[in-house]
Design a protein around this ligand. Structure first.
Ligand code: GSH
Length: 206
């Protein structure tokens, strides 16, 4: 059975929702990031990067959200979480998810994880200053150019949707008013109504 390592409020939410949407047989295990559990030997044996998500499969462990999401879409084709037979459409999904992973998530990480870039407390504080501006710029692009609507890729729900939902949920804490992005806000609202999303949210609360 698949096993996903997760943490509430983290980017693992996207993979967690995708597993639920896929109807996969899986178990989820929490990693207490606030207590530093990601740096304990037992978790580093799973993911030497010390991050969630990590998906344990019968062939080995997958890390990095875009890779996990693509694996889920390919491993559970009946769930139709990606247009697998259309190379261009799959590339568009990869492009969107790569942007979230390599640009939006990194912009967000400057608020809580400044110690990745500096050991100087003053620099770590200074790194937080541009988070609202950078996150707003990323979401302006998503709102006006990248989100086709109603789902990320248009009429069809895909593995890009839980990932956008996850990163959009960080906006307020990052100092950005989600009301500035009504199409993204509407997307989040529709996502929150999906049974798979409700199931994951209930599990995380429990
Ligand atoms: N590029 C990775 C990023 C993973 C990542 O940074 N996860 C965060 C939670 S959102 C984490 O585990 N942080 C723990 C830490 O930095 O110690 C992905 O997209 O999966």
């Amino acid at each position: 059975m698949l096993k996903l390592y997760v943490a509430p409020g983290s980017c693992s939410l996207a993979s967690h929702i995708a597993l639920e949407e896929a109807g996969a047989a899986y178990e989820a295990e929490r990693v207490a990031l606030g207590q530093g559990a990601q740096q304990r030997p037992e978790f580093l044996a799973v993911n030497p990067k010390g991050r969630v998500p990590a998906l344990v499969t019968d062939r080995g462990i997958i890390t990095e959200t875009p890779a996990i999401l693509t694996y889920i879409a390919q491993a559970f084709p009946a769930a139709e979480l990606a247009p697998l037979s259309d190379p261009f459409a799959v590339a568009q999904i990869q492009s969107f998810n790569s942007y979230l992973c390599s640009t939006v998530h990194v912009a967000h990480a400057h608020r809580m994880r400044g110690s990745r870039w500096s050991d100087d407390a003053a620099v770590i504080e200074a790194l937080k200053i541009k988070v609202p501006t950078n996150m707003a710029a990323c979401f302006e692009l998503i709102e006006t150019r990248m989100l086709a609507g109603p789902w990320v890729m248009g009429d069809t729900y895909s593995i890009a949707d839980p990932y956008l939902f996850t990163l959009a949920s960080w906006l307020e804490a990052d100092g950005v008013d989600p009301a500035r992005f009504p199409r993204v806000k509407d997307h989040s609202k529709r996502m929150a109504e999906r049974p798979a999303v409700k199931a994951v949210m209930d599990w995380l609360k429990g």
